[in-house]
Ligand binder design. Sequence first.
Ligand SMILES: *[C@@H]1O[C@H](CO)[C@@H](O)[C@H](O)[C@H]1NC(C)=O
Ligand SMILES: *[C@@H]1O[C@H](CO)[C@@H](O)[C@H](O)[C@H]1NC(C)=O
Ligand SMILES: *[C@@H]1O[C@H](CO)[C@@H](O)[C@H](O)[C@H]1NC(C)=O
Ligand SMILES: *[C@@H]1O[C@H](CO)[C@@H](O)[C@H](O)[C@H]1NC(C)=O
Ligand SMILES: *[C@@H]1O[C@H](CO)[C@@H](O)[C@H](O)[C@H]1NC(C)=O
Length: 300
Amino acid sequence: MNLPLLQPLSSFINTLFFFSLFFPTYVSSDSEGYSACEPFSCGQINNISYPFWNSDQQPSYCGHPKFKLDCQQDSVTIGMVSQRFHVIEIDQTSKVLKIARLDLWNDPCTDEYSDVKLDSDFFNYTSNDDEYTLLYDCGRPVLNTSRVNIEGTIPFTCPIGGGFPNAFCLLSKDVGNLKGLGCKNRINVSVLREAMKDALLVQKVLEGGFEVGWSGVDEDRCDGCIKSGGRCGHNESKDAFMCLCLNQQSSDEVCSKSLARSPLAAQTPRPTTAKSLIPPNSPIFPKQSPHAPSMYSSLI
Ligand SMILES: *[C@@H]1O[C@H](CO)[C@@H](O)[C@H](O)[C@H]1NC(C)=O
Ligand SMILES: *[C@@H]1O[C@H](CO)[C@@H](O)[C@H](O)[C@H]1NC(C)=O
Ligand SMILES: *[C@@H]1O[C@H](CO)[C@@H](O)[C@H](O)[C@H]1NC(C)=O
Ligand SMILES: *[C@@H]1O[C@H](CO)[C@@H](O)[C@H](O)[C@H]1NC(C)=O
Ligand SMILES: *[C@@H]1O[C@H](CO)[C@@H](O)[C@H](O)[C@H]1NC(C)=O
């Protein structure tokens, strides 16, 4: 191919046009990440996006490693520290997740008495949660219904002791009131205050789950990225936020609203760290159109 600079102007323009035909192909590799990370459905939950991702449907850069969802037709789960939880609800706007312990899902009885540990760099309980305690293996002799008639205490029965209530669910701060029962095991659980109202079955309360708010995943940068027309992602090897852009090279921060590179620039190898050549919100091309601006920019 002839060097464009040696050609007369009209031919030069033709050459540019020739390049511009290839431009969309080149661009599509940049928007691959953008397309791959479109909002998705998981189980019965729709319109899920960053920081969540689903390893079956998406590359890992669509979300943060701590927010990986496992999607089955009728169950969505997430792992936190060493436990798994049912995901009941995801509120992307207020950034609140409603989850329930998988190990206590169908049955409050267990022989593994472990408390939930949240990764506090990313998750915190919300003010809708209350701290409750499940007491297990409580002794029969001291069982006296009037003594356990503490408001909000739900008695339940686990197989271990046989046919009488030998377990209790109550506010953690009231646990001292049942000291006399000599319960041998306990689990602290967070439950929704609302679910505890008039509750008769511990199982129902546990299945109602509890709320955790999330943060620590570059929320502000993600908002900026979305406002610039991009989708949020996370580069796992760099452990850094990234903004995935449509029709342009993705960047660490935001997508520039215009197409930043001329076709000639497209000939040079792409730099590994993406930075647009024209700053975001450049007045030159306030609105983008994949073809016209690139032709235009090549002529100035
Ligand atoms: C999907 O979620 C985004 C924010 O996370 C929201 O702006 C948008 O309106 C939602 N779309 C639908 C169809 O619910
Ligand atoms: C959770 O709360 C603790 C204590 O208030 C705070 O130090 C931590 O940063 C919070 N984490 C998140 C993810 O909000
Ligand atoms: C239960 O305890 C209460 C008060 O501690 C006592 O008055 C009552 O007699 C006890 N009932 C039984 C059946 O032991
Ligand atoms: C469980 O809750 C009780 C009462 O609030 C508290 O004393 C205890 O330290 C908690 N246990 C764990 C493992 O958090
Ligand atoms: C993450 O960053 C590394 C190092 O800069 C880069 O080589 C890699 O392509 C990036 N991954 C994605 C998915 O952008």
